[in-house]
Design a protein around this ligand. Structure first.
Ligand SMILES: Cc1ncc(COP(=O)(O)O)c(C=O)c1O
Length: 426
């Protein structure tokens, strides 16, 4: 029954029932965690054999143990370019973290400017950045650390609301960039439509040095290998629209092999790649080529990587299913919440009635279930409606997830009933 349609007496009865159930949960002494978007141990074990690969010499004879090869071994560049669906000439293979590349990319634009001769962002007054919400807290954290003004833009099922994005970037030259997770977005799991990609590539911007930070973190992270989301080639769309230097594209194998010990890469337009190589050449002599060879030998090619991703999906899908099934069963007809049913990525995005996210996260914590902090999916950690909660089903075992999801639903119902009662009794 729709909780919203209940009268005061019905709400009071339900409150008592739910409260008793909640107290029973608290007695169980649970210690469960749905807060972390990390692969589980079973997923990490999938790549263990990679560590037995002791390949020291690249195809061109380079000794991978020694210094040199700034932007990646040729076979590593070819592999990462194929994986990220970009031409090999446009790619640079970096170290172990794409977030690290994103930070450095902002830093370079801030200190040196986006291209030779461009005015550094630091010399252009207050810089602003667009942040589709809900979004990835660490993206927002990078641009917050530089003191940029973060402007929230609402997400839709097809990507950021492009009417708003186009208007803002056309009118304000202080807006220098936008954060994008184009496939299986964090946290909603949405994938940008062709129209969104084309508009993002072609939109006029007041700032000549406007850049799209295209974090394709989940490009091969499907939950169902027979139902994969596809996106257009952003680099090609930008070039076709006459904006070849607009995209900064990021990817990594963090959630494919080992987070913190994978391969990360950057792709961009021809001038941007050239300039980045020049600047990074001061910063490093080269990254970990032994790890590059390990990855190339382990997967062979993109088809090998995709076969590996099917094994991840087999582990992850039952976990997402148990959570979405529980949400549908417990909350489907209550009218007091909505959530996404992603086809890939690592998260489910959940909305309570306005004003309840913090309360629900607190109630879950009190009963032994840790969730991502409410507000984390918004710039500055502030969700203006206090309603979004990011659920991360990857780490706990299925049995734990079932209990955690049931308790979560109970907390959502109890918090909603209490809010409605307070409103009706006011
Ligand atoms: C959208 C997104 N980008 C990047 C990362 C981190 O990537 P990396 O491990 O390559 O730094 C994450 C991790 O959760 C993520 O969700």
């Amino acid at each position: 029954m729709q909780i919203k349609e209940m009268n005061i007496e019905e709400l009071q009865n339900l409150q008592t029932e739910l409260h008793n159930q909640y107290e029973d949960y608290k007695k169980l002494g649970l210690n469960l965690n749905m807060s972390r978007g990390k692969p589980s141990k079973a997923q990490l074990d999938l790549s263990l054999d990679m560590l037995d690969i002791k390949e020291l010499t690249a195809a061109d004879g380079t000794d991978a143990r020694n210094y040199g090869v700034l932007d990646g071994l040729p076979e590593a560049k070819a592999f990462m370019a194929d994986f990220m669906s970009v031409p090999v000439d446009n790619i640079i293979v970096f170290g172990n973290s794409s977030l690290n590349i994103m930070y450095d990319t902002v830093m370079r634009a801030y200190v040196f400017g986006v291209l030779p001769g461009a005015t550094p962002w630091k010399d252009q007054g207050k810089i602003k950045f667009l942040c589709p919400v809900p979004g990835y807290d660490r993206h927002f954290g990078v641009t917050e650390a530089f003191g940029f003004e973060l402007i929230s833009v609402p997400m839709t099922e097809n990507g950021p609301d492009m009417d708003i994005v186009e208007k803002l970037v056309a009118e304000d030259a202080q807006i220098k960039g936008i954060w994008c997770v184009p496939k299986y977005s964090n946290p909603e799991g949405h994938t940008y439509s062709d129209e969104t990609v084309r508009r993002m590539a072609a939109m006029p911007t007041a700032a000549a040095d406007f850049r799209v930070f295209w974090d394709n973190a989940y490009c091969e992270h499907h939950l169902d290998m027979d139902d994969k989301a596809e996106i257009l080639d952003f680099l090609a769309e930008c070039a076709a629209a006459g904006n070849p230097e607009r995209p900064y594209i990021f990817g990594s194998t963090s959630k494919i092999t080992f987070p913190g010990a994978g391969l990360a890469a950057f792709a961009a337009g021809p001038e941007s790649v050239k300039y980045t190589r020049k600047l990074m050449g001061v910063q490093t002599i080269g990254y970990d080529k032994l790890n590059q060879l390990r990855h190339v030998k382990f997967f062979g090619d993109k088809a090998g990587l995709q076969a590996h991703m099917a094994k991840h999906a087999a582990i992850l899908k039952p976990k997402f299913d148990i959570v979405t099934e529980t949400l549908a069963r417990e909350l489907g007809d209550t009218g007091c919440a909505d959530w996404t049913n992603p086809k890939g990525g690592y998260f489910i995005s959940f909305n309570t009635m306005p004003g309840l996210a913090k309360k629900v996260v607190g109630m879950c914590k009190e009963a032994g279930v840790e969730l991502t902090g409410a507000g984390a999916t918004y710039p500055y950690g502030i969700d203006p409606e206090d309603k979004n909660i990011r659920l991360a089903p990857s780490m706990p075992p299925v049995a734990d997830l079932k209990v955690a999801a049931e308790l979560f639903c109970l907390c959502v119902k109890l918090a909603s009933v209490e809010k409605l009662l307070a409103e009706k009794q006011a």
